[in-house]
Design a binder for this molecule. Structure first.
Ligand code: FAD
Length: 349
């Protein structure tokens, strides 16, 4: 019998598998395609608890605890010669309309650490910008490098990857999940962990009841970069990488439709035009889309379904890169019967 089966080789699946293997468990990841090829590579890699979750206290706590672990993860991965380009050098939040200005008033009076301006000049900003806030502790990680690094760390820790294996449904013995149903033979395991991203609810049974749906985001990369992550309220964001800027994103409830649309492209172009016109004539290097795994309340589910069901880490919506370290550490501790590093109650399935 297998010890632990993880369904899905995205950032959640690989990270949970890595942390379980570090605890001495024997882990197999079942991935239907290429590890990390879905949301975990599509993301922009913004790490911004204040900007993203400032008005949701429980999610803000989880996100802040996760962000605090990033430098520790960076060091652990660096020790394996794996670089993730972590840049916690500040995030610029812009208001381009009265709604944005009003939001800034509320953010500035919240407990989130922010300043009225960055500690450097921002000559590239468009005259459309009506106000700004500076979040000095936030930033970004290169999520594609992170994905590769975590997968490699998991392999080095002994995790086995089975690629091209699409799980159709879970295997049950009464109300106990005992693995996955497969041909020619079922795969039995002591513990089963579901990290299937936006496809989690498609696995049926009680996973269907979690109501996880895909929310599509179209993205593009353009050549050149300004110095910091820039977030424009009501529009989108620009995330600098070494030679390029990631521009995102649309938020579309259209199922698993992978098309890049004229409307989506126009939206992304408008973000650049409205916030950083110095980049507007630069070549487009790449366009893509991805599916955010989204629960009805837009909060992640981390924990066990019932007393004997599968473990789940899914539904991280637009915060999955940010929430990766705490999710992996929390779920792996719970699976191994250790006391959880943070209160999991608000996120229990
Ligand atoms: C456009 C976009 C921008 C984003 N930007 C950010 C950001 O800036 N910051 C941030 O924190 N978060 C961001 N996110 C969110 C983040 O990317 C996700 O929350 C996170 O990557 C989810 O990781 P995951 O492992 O759960 O899902 P995925 O990366 O989608 O992985 C799921 C994996 O499961 C596999 N799978 C599914 N079903 C099966 C099956 N039946 N059998 C076997 N394998 C299966 C899939 O092939 C896939 O590899 C963004 C997301 C998108 C789409």
């Amino acid at each position: 019998m297998n010890d632990i089966l993880v369904i899905g080789g995205g950032l959640m699946g690989c990270s949970v598998a890595w942390k379980l293997a570090q605890r001495g468990r024997t882990v197999t990841v079942l991935e239907r395609a290429i590890p990390g090829a879905e949301a975990s590579s599509a993301a922009a890699g913004i790490l911004a608890p204040g900007t993203e979750c400032w008005d949701q206290p429980e999610l803000f706590r989880l996100a802040t605890e996760s962000l605090a672990r990033y430098p520790i993860w960076e060091a652990a991965l660096k020790a394996l010669n794996l670089d993730i380009q972590l840049r916690l050098t500040g995030l610029l939040h812009l208001a381009v309309d009265p709604d944005g200005l009003e939001l800034h008033q509320r953010m500035a009076h919240s407990k989130v650490p922010c300043l009225s301006e960055p500690p450097f000049a921002v000559p590239w900003l468009s005259p459309n910008v009506r106000g700004m806030l500076w979040f000095p502790e936030e930033g970004s990680v290169d999520n594609r490098l992170l994905m590769t690094a975590v997968r490699s760390a998991a392999e080095q820790a002994g995790v086995r990857f089975v690629l091209g294996h699409e799980v159709q449904e879970l295997l049950w013995d009464g109300d106990r999940c005992v693995g996955v149903s497969a041909h020619p033979q079922d795969i039995v395991a002591k513990e089963t962990v579901v990290c299937a991203g936006a496809w989690t609810s498609a696995l049926g049974g009680p996973l269907r009841d979690l109501g996880i749906i895909p929310i599509k985001g179209q993205m593009m990369a353009i050549q050149g970069a300004n110095p910091c992550v820039t977030f424009a309220h009501g529009l989108g964001y620009l995330v600098p990488r070494h030679d390029r800027t990631i521009v995102g994103s649309t938020t579309e409830d259209v199922g698993f439709d992978r098309s890049l649309t004229a409307e989506g492209i126009a939206h992304l172009a408008n973000i650049v035009h409205t916030t950083a016109p110095n980049l507007a004539n630069n070549p487009v290097l790449e366009m893509w889309c991805g599916f955010r795994p989204t629960t009805p309340n837009k909060r992640p589910v981390i924990g066990r379904l019932g007393d004997r069901g599968p473990w789940v880490a899914s539904g991280h919506y637009r915060h999955g890169i940010l929430l990766t370290p705490i999710t992996a550490e929390l779920l792996s501790a719970m699976i191994c019967g250790e006391s959880p590093p943070t209160d999991p109650t608000p996120f229990t399935p």
